[in-house]
Design a protein around this ligand. Structure first.
Ligand code: GLU
Length: 478
């Protein structure tokens, strides 16, 4: 019987989540959902960096913001915890002891300087750099003497150079690794803590992970982790090394590229669903690109994956997804996303009730691509534009500007706004103006921009007093 699918997202707390990690997290999530499996969040924090708490919290917050809930993890717990590697030291030690007892590891006393010198020498001789097993051949007495002298050591795994290990990768099929191409690798550091290589293996094993979905930059680690599975006579998980993300020029996405970190995108007003939708569909062909997570779970075909190499990230395409999601989501659903940025930008907006704000957002969301653009499009509601005659002339030409001004004088006292707009339009047309010139002028006077929101929508957004006031203000200034 095949065991139930269990996948994990295993980020290291670096302080920020980058786009490649977002994609890996998402693919794990979709894969788990598609197979009725379990999505585990495990934080790989053995490499104690500063501000660890902040960085761990940030991962959890980012996953919440993305709306990718896990069934097991540091916050929700689960049967295979703890889910922070920093709390699993004894578990690793127990498995290390097993390897020590079976003579599958040896102590290495070489200093980083010695190792570096060996490496340089091998490179100079045109050989692939590999640990030369000095310490494996040390002999018991010498090793004991070094221990007694308090010389720091690490545990290295003794590879069988004659061995070939085969793994199965969802995107690549079968991959064979020849152990003679690898080096005896470190399972611990000099301070006794475990390396990523060892902790990652122990956890995938003990957390019963069936599918390891991670970036293809981990492909070479897989050979060594597979050797560890073999040392414990365990079956290997299935792997999926997913493509790394590149910029438009095809280079690996870096800090210099906008959107490298999720925080960039959050700050720039992209919706989590737009980011996820783009990350799920980039490099894959779908009949319909805009898809919710539920739709992606149904439509993603994990059996037809053969993508390798980088995928290109293009912020313009992300903008397009954001725009599509503004269209697709109800205005009321967008309120939690728009409010913080609106309130921070336009203090007066905090006085609006939700129903009014929903109405305003519903009128403009189809025209904008990001949340700051949405705020910008709403700003005329709170700050009356000061439009000069000169600006009106620039927008519609002198003749139209003069004619519209005369017509506005005639109708500016009318309090029935729809009737006033109809009358302005009728008089303008009768005077030979085009609809665009007439309504463009009114729009400019009311919003500060000759293009944009339809006049009927504007009438529903601004109060009658405000409209009359803005027209009077313009006429007063002409
Ligand atoms: N902790 C690793 C990273 O953040 C991921 C390892 C894995 O997924 O196996 O790159």
């Amino acid at each position: 019987m095949t065991p139930p699918v269990r996948v994990r997202f295993a980020p290291s707390p670096t302080g920020f989540m980058h786009l490649g990690s977002v994609r890996v997290a998402l693919l794990n999530y979709l894969f788990a959902k598609k197979h009725n499996g379990t999505f585990v969040l495990r934080i790989e924090d053995t490499d104690a960096a500063r501000n660890l708490d902040v960085a761990r919290t940030k991962i959890i917050e980012d996953m919440q913001w993305l709306n990718l809930p896990c069934q097991e993890g540091p916050v929700v717990g689960g049967n295979y915890g703890p889910y922070l590697q920093s709390e699993r030291h004894e578990i690793y030690q127990e498995q290390l002891n097993e390897l020590i007892n079976n003579a599958k590891v040896y102590r290495c006393f070489c200093t980083p300087e010695e190792l570096d010198a060996k490496r340089q020498k091998q490179i100079a001789m045109g050989k692939p750099p590999r640990y030369d097993r000095t310490c494996m051949l040390l002999g018991d007495d010498k090793a004991k003497a070094k221990i007694a002298a308090g010389i720091a050591f690490i545990w290295r795994f003794k590879l069988n150079y004659d061995q070939g290990i085969e793994i199965r990768d969802i995107a690549r099929g079968t991959i064979n690794f020849d152990m003679k191409n690898f080096s005896d690798f470190a399972l611990t550091r000099q301070d006794g803590t475990c390396t990523f290589m060892f902790a990652n293996f122990v956890d995938d094993w003990l957390m019963k992970i069936t599918h390891v979905i991670r970036g293809e930059d981990h492909l070479s680690n897989t050979a060594l982790q597979a050797a560890l599975f073999d040392a414990f006579a365990l079956p290997l998980p299935t792997y999926w090394h997913v493509q790394i993300i590149c910029n438009k020029e095809g280079e690996k996405l870096s800090k210099r590229d906008f959107g490298f970190s999720l925080e960039d995108l959050k700050q720039a007003g992209y919706l989590p669903i737009a980011i996820l939708n783009y990350m799920a569909t980039v490099g894959v062909s779908f009949a319909e690109e805009v898809q919710s997570l539920e739709e992606l779970i149904n439509n993603y075909n994990f059996d037809a994956i053969h993508h390798t190499g980088g995928i290109r990230y293009d912020v313009e395409k992300l903008k397009w997804f954001n725009h599509k999601w503004f269209n697709r989501l109800e205005a009321s659903t967008l309120l939690p996303s728009i409010k913080p940025i609106l309130y921070a930008t336009i203090q007066e907006s905090t006085a609006l009730d939700d129903a009014t704000l929903t109405h305003l957002v519903s009128k403009i969301k189809g025209d904008v691509y990001t949340l700051p653009e949405m705020v910008q499009a709403l700003s005329f509601m709170f700050v009356a534009p000061i439009v000069s005659k000169h600006e009106l002339i620039s927008a519609v030409g002198e003749h139209a500007a003069d004619t519209v001004t005369t017509i506005l004088h005639k109708h500016s006292r009318t309090s029935n706004i729809p009737a006033m707009i109809d009358a302005i339009k009728a008089d303008g047309l009768a005077a030979g103006l085009k609809t665009k010139e007439i309504l463009g002028s009114v729009r400019l006077i009311l919003t500060g921009s000759a293009q944009g929101i339809g006049i009927n929508d504007l009438v529903s957004m601004l109060s009658a007093e405000e409209i009359t006031q803005r027209i009077k203000c313009f006429l007063g200034a002409t």
